[in-house]
Design a binder for this molecule. Structure first.
Ligand code: ADP
Length: 349
């Protein structure tokens, strides 16, 4: 191949480029094969890669991982950017941003380490989340106090009876089970929300998160009698954490299925709107009760029975959407159903 031959003929020139480049750099052929790596050049390298002081592997051996992070988009027709997360032998995570540019022989791939920046961003997100949780604390105390007070009373009643009847015991245990479940529901949701790990963000097709959420609903038999109107569109990509975005869809789909009591039509439409992807989720339930419309995004606001709702679904989903630079809104509601619109950015916020 002429281009590859050129590359090898001009190795000296490329050595100068490698040495001048402020970041590690790989030269790739049309087929993704490694033609050269910057850590194989320069003083002390003498054709062998140096690896680095953190015990990281030589660049050449990381190429396959990077190409996979770029989702294997070879040949390199257009400039591309992607994020990569790797684990060092020490167990530490390395966050890198990959920049691919077309060259006559294939592509150049520059690897920019963003681990420090990433840690800063994570702590910003953590602070925002803790602030949101702080805002919820008064509500949490209130919500948890009610079932705890019930539990306390039931125990007192059962204790006071020397020989409680079977009926009283059954009622007591049912009551205890319901109240304990409620406290567990609340605490599980909050624990999940407060967990700010190193959730990596990528560009991905929003369908992936939608499909995963639908899968969970199917497993829970929530869609048995629901007609699904949904046409996946792989071109609708968003930037974010798949797991967190799936959580948003899961909450909205569960709400829709519950509103329709498991029977009706759930329609999911995705469309591109400027720098955002909008997902419109509509159901054929009875709509949001008029008196509830202004309050549904408040933490702990629910119109459902204590066993079905914690009132945290929309509050937590909104928080996640905001963290991603997106939003959730109630687009439409009447007695024939409700529509919620989730807007998520296409690119890094
Ligand atoms: P929860 O589902 O635990 O009640 P959410 O925050 O998810 O908590 O929802 C809050 C309230 O918003 C619900 O109790 C319900 O009144 C209303 N709601 C949400 N989605 C719908 C929907 N698709 N149709 C009708 N009402 C809805």
């Amino acid at each position: 191949m002429r281009a590859q031959r050129d590359f090898y003929e001009f190795t000296d020139v490329f050595e100068q480029i490698f040495l001048a480049a402020p970041w590690p750099m790989l030269m790739l052929g049309e087929d993704g094969a490694v033609l050269g790596a910057s850590d194989e050049f320069g003083p002390g390298a003498e054709g062998t890669a140096r690896g680095d002081s953190r015990g990281d592997a030589p660049l050449r051996s990381r190429a396959a991982h990077y190409v996979a992070a770029l989702r294997g988009r070879v040949p390199w027709l257009t400039p591309q950017e992607a994020d990569s997360v790797r684990t060092l032998p020490s167990g530490a995570l390395v966050y890198e941003r990959l920049h691919v540019r077309r060259t006559p022989w294939g592509a150049s791939l520059v690897v920019v380490d963003q681990t420090d920046l990433r840690q800063l961003q994570t702590s910003d997100i953590q602070t925002a989340r803790l602030a949101a949780l702080g805002f919820m604390v008064a509500g949490v105390c209130h919500e948890v106090t009610n079932p705890l007070t019930s539990l306390h009373s039931i125990v007192q009643i059962l204790r006071a009876e020397k020989q409680p009847s079977r009926e009283l015991l059954d009622k007591g245990f049912d009551n205890i089970a319901v109240n304990v479940k409620r406290i567990l529901d609340i605490s599980r949701r909050l624990v999940k929300f407060s967990r700010v790990g190193d959730e990596p963000r990528f560009r991905f097709a929003v369908d992936e998160a939608i499909e995963e959420a639908l899968y969970v609903l199917r497993q829970d038999d929530l869609l048995c009698h629901v007609e699904l109107q949904y046409r996946p569109d792989a071109t609708m990509t968003v930037f974010g954490n798949t797991g967190q975005i799936r959580e948003i869809f899961l909450n909205l789909f569960v709400n829709a299925a519950q509103a329709m009591s498991g029977r009706g039509t759930l329609s999911i439409q995705t469309r591109s709107a400027d720098r955002m992807v909008e997902v419109l989720i509509s159901d054929t339930g009875p709509g949001v009760p008029t008196e509830a419309v202004g309050r549904i995004f408040e933490p702990f606001f629910t119109t459902k029975s204590r066993t079905h709702g914690t009132g945290l679904g929309l509050a937590i989903s909104t928080e996640i959407a905001h963290e991603h630079g997106g939003s959730i809104e109630l687009r439409h509601t009447d007695s024939r159903g409700a529509s919620f619109c989730v807007a998520l950015p296409k690119e890094r916020a």
